[in-house]
Each structure stands twice: as structure tokens, then as C-alpha cells.
Design a protein around this ligand. Structure first.
Ligand code: MG
Length: 271
């Protein structure tokens, strides 16, 4: 069942999302060779609780997820567990996926960062993954359907020869971290549910260097590419309002970086 959100609910989700975005500003300067994923997770934890929010991923699921962030390096796609003995190395790519609950509402977002000098193929993977989010989000417009979003993400990534993971998807969000509908990163244009005001969802392309097949590691959380080639992940929570599409989990710096794209979607009018 899809829960459409009121303006008041979106205002509450926005607050949770702004806390979520603040995590990236806090963690970004600390991403360098030699830092452990546990140390990064501690920064995430402190950033969330210092704003009277709760880390949404901590103790989530079964077995309970033991971190505040999912930190996934290179061939790890998502759900990497922060560890004291896992260090970033020069040349890694690392995705940091975070969620915060505040006043009963959730925000969820992910960035993939470069550690030092990253090989150009991986730089391109990270870049194209991020671009594909923007290709998808531009399809969030009146009259369009869920399939238009996934189709745009898929087309862009496959054009560059990358794989689009099928077994993991974006999702609705609100008073729960994961709500209906699933928001696929692939699909057929013009198919699926019609987009409407009050939908709040996470669009999160998970893109691989080559094959899109994945495996889960024995720790029961970490998901890796089956061929152990690299993967990248980029995610934002967004809301459809009567004004247009609002991306709720951008930092101030990112809003500046993407000013042009934002101007195209934020005031398009929907009502
Ligand atoms: Mg998500």
C-alpha cells in the first residue's frame, strides 16, 4: 500500500532528511587512506545522535545490523558492516549509506566517495552512477510513471557498459524506512504506477562495472558483485509536492553543485 504524505508529513520527513544530509558533510573530510570503517561509522553515529535523531540502520533487521552506516568498499555493493580492522586504502571507492529517524520520520541517502587516486574506470563508474540518479529524477514529472524513472537510469548506465542491479531497488519512505512502492533502477518507459503528489521515495542506482549479479557474504549482510568487480551507489530521498520535485537529502554544497538540475525539477508545478 502506498501512503501519500501531506505537506505536514513532508515537512517532518524533510527534517529527518536534513539530518541525514549533514552526515555527508561531517564524514567527507575524514575519508582517506588509513581510516577504519568503524571510525567513519562512529562519526556517523555522533552526527545523528547529536541532533537528537536515531541511526535508522543500527540494529535494523535480522541479524541486527551492527552499525549506523552501511560502508561498502569496491566490490561490496551495499550493506557493508563497519569494522575496526577494515581500513580504506588509496584507490578504493567507498559508499556510505545512512539513514536517520527524527520525530518518527525517516531520511535515507548514500554517496560513493573516492579514496585518493582512483583508477579512471572506477571514477567513471561513480560519475555515471550519480548522473543516472539525475537522469531518473528528471523523469519525475506530471503524467509519468515509475517505469519512466527506472528506464532512464538503466539506459544511461547501460550506454556506458555498466550493469544495473536487479535484485536491489529503491523504495517509498516516510514513517517507515522502507515503504511501498519499490522504485526499480530498470524498467520500461510508460509502465508502472502513475506518479502523484504526496509520494516520497528513495531513488538509489546501484551500478556495477560489468555483470549485475550479486551475492551475499557469510556475515549475512554484505552484498558483493558475483564477479567481484566494483560497484557504486548513489541515493537521495525525494518528495513530489504541488510545486514540483524536492530532493530532501542534499547538503548545501550539493544544492549549489546541482543548481541547474534542481531549477528544472523544483518549480515545474504539479497540481
Ligand atoms: Mg534506501
Amino acid at each position: 500500500m502506498i501512503v501519500l504524505k501531506t505537506e505536514q508529513e513532508i515537512a517532518l520527513i524533510r527534517e529527518a532528511c536534513q539530518i541525514t544530509a549533514s552526515i555527508f558533510a561531517a564524514v567527507k573530510p575524514e575519508i582517506k587512506a588509513g581510516v577504519s570503517t568503524y571510525e567513519l561509522d562512529q562519526i556517523v553515529y555522533r552526527t545523528i545522535v547529536s541532533q537528537n535523531a536515531r541511526p535508522a540502520f543500527l540494529n535494523y533487521g535480522d541479524p541486527p545490523f551492527p552499525g549506523s552506516a552501511c560502508i561498502s568498499i569496491n566490490e561490496e555493493v551495499v550493506h557493508g558492516i563497519p569494522r575496526k580492522n577494515r581500513y580504506l586504502k588509496n584507490g578504493d571507492i567507498v559508499s556510505i549509506d545512512v539513514g536517520a529517524e527524527y520525530n518518527g520520520y525517516f531520511g535515507d541517502a548514500c554517496r560513493t566517495f573516492l579514496v585518493g587516486d582512483v583508477r579512471s574506470e572506477w571514477q567513471k563508474l561513480v560519475e555515471v552512477t550519480e548522473q543516472s540518479f539525475w537522469k531518473g529524477i528528471k523523469q519525475v514529472k506530471k503524467g509519468n510513471r515509475l517505469g519512466d524513472i527506472g528506464h532512464a537510469v538503466q539506459t544511461h548506465c547501460e550506454k556506458h557498459g555498466f550493469g544495473v542491479i536487479r535484485d536491489l531497488t529503491g523504495h517509498g519512505i516516510g514513517a517507515n524506512l522502507h515503504e511501498d512502492p519499490n522504485l526499480l533502477n530498470y524498467g520500461r518507459a510508460g509502465r508502472g504506477l502513475r506518479l502523484e503528489v504526496g509520494m516520497v521515495m528513495c531513488l538509489e542506482p546501484m551500478i556495477t562495472e560489468d555483470s549485475f549479479h550479486i551475492q551475499i557474504l557469510p556475515d549475512q549482510w554484505t552484498i558483493v558483485t558475483a564477479d567481484r568487480k566494483a560497484a557504486a551507489h548513489y541515493e537521495n530521498t525525494f518528495a513530489i509536492t504541488e510545486k514540483g520535485v524536492e530532493i530532501l537529502t542534499l547538503t548545501a554544497g550539493e544544492r549549489e553543485q546541482y543548481a541547474e538540475q534542481l531549477s528544472q525539477i523544483e518549480n515545474q508545478g504539479w497540481a
